[in-house]
Design a binder for this molecule. Structure first.
Ligand SMILES: N[C@@H](CCC(=O)N[C@@H](CS)C(=O)NCC(=O)O)C(=O)O
Length: 223
C-alpha cells in the first residue's frame, strides 16, 4: 500500500490526499513531527517539505516530494480518472492555476490561518503543545502583522476571481481537475475562520463538494 508522509494539519498534504482519494487509491499516512521531520524527509527528496509519497512499488521511485509532482506521478501511473482530462489547449490553464494556488494563495492562507490560531482563534486549541507549534510555524515563515495583512489582501482579490470562476462549476473546462483539488485543499484552512465563513459561503460549498467527490473527510470546521 502507498504511504503518505505528512503533517496531519497541512493543507498541501490535504491536496495529495484528495488526489489519492479521487483516484480511489488505498493509502496509509505517517504523521511526522514538525522539526524532526526534516531528518527523515531530506535524505529522501532533497527538500524538507511535506507531503512526500512513498509508492512502495517495485520499479517506481522510493519517494516523491512536492504535491504537484505527486499529482503528476499519480496521473501518469493511474490515468483513470484523470486529473487533467481537458482539451490540450486548456491544460496549461489548469497547471497555471495550480501553481498560483500553490505558490501564492496556499501561502497566504497559511499566514491568515496561523495568525487567527495565535490570536482570536486561540480557543480552538489553547494547549501548550498546539500553541508551541503555532509559534514555531509563525517564526519559520517570518509572520508578522504587516505580512499577515498583505496575505489577507491577496486572499480578498483571489476570492473575487474565484467566486466568478469557481463559484458555480469547475475552474477549468466542464469537469473536476487538479486545479479544483488544489483550490479545495489550499483554501480549506479558512473554514475555521468566521470572517471567511460569513463572507464567502459559496467557497465552503465548493470545498465540501470536492472532498465529497474525492471520498475524503471534510476539513476541520466543515465536518
Ligand atoms: N510546494 C510544496 C509546499 C509544501 C509545504 O509548504 N509544506 C509545508 C507544510 S504545509 C512543510 O512541509 N513545511 C516544513 C518545511 O518546509 O520544512 C508542495 O506543494 O508540496
Amino acid at each position: 500500500m502507498m504511504l503518505l508522509l505528512q503533517f496531519s494539519t497541512s493543507h498541501y498534504c490535504r491536496k495529495a490526499r484528495l488526489a489519492l482519494g479521487y483516484k480511489g487509491i488505498p493509502y496509509e499516512v505517517e504523521n511526522l513531527v514538525p522539526g524532526l521531520h526534516a531528518l527523515k524527509v531530506k535524505p529522501l527528496t532533497g527538500t524538507t517539505t511535506l507531503p512526500v509519497l512513498m509508492p512502495q512499488l517495485s520499479d517506481q521511485p522510493e519517494a516523491i516530494g512536492d504535491s504537484t509532482r505527486i499529482l503528476d506521478w499519480l496521473d501518469h501511473t493511474h490515468p483513470t480518472p484523470g486529473l487533467l482530462d481537458l482539451e490540450p489547449d486548456l491544460q496549461p490553464q489548469a497547471h497555471l492555476l495550480e501553481d498560483w494556488l500553490d505558490e501564492s494563495i496556499g501561502v497566504a492562507a497559511r499566514f491568515v490561518y496561523y495568525d487567527y490560531r495565535a490570536g482570536e482563534g486561540k480557543a480552538i486549541d489553547p494547549s501548550w503543545m498546539s500553541q508551541a507549534v503555532i509559534r514555531v510555524v509563525r517564526r519559520q515563515y517570518g509572520m508578522n502583522a504587516a505580512r499577515v495583512a498583505l496575505a489577507a489582501d491577496r486572499l480578498a482579490i483571489a476570492l473575487v476571481w474565484l467566486e466568478a470562476n469557481w463559484g458555480s462549476g469547475y475552474l477549468v473546462g466542464d469537469r473536476l481537475t487538479r486545479a479544483d483539488l488544489t483550490a479545495a485543499a489550499l483554501l480549506s484552512p479558512l473554514a475555521l475562520l468566521p470572517h471567511y465563513r460569513q463572507q464567502h459561503p459559496w467557497l465552503f460549498d465548493r470545498i465540501a463538494a470536492v472532498h465529497e467527490h474525492c471520498g475524503e473527510p471534510l476539513p476541520p470546521g466543515l465536518s
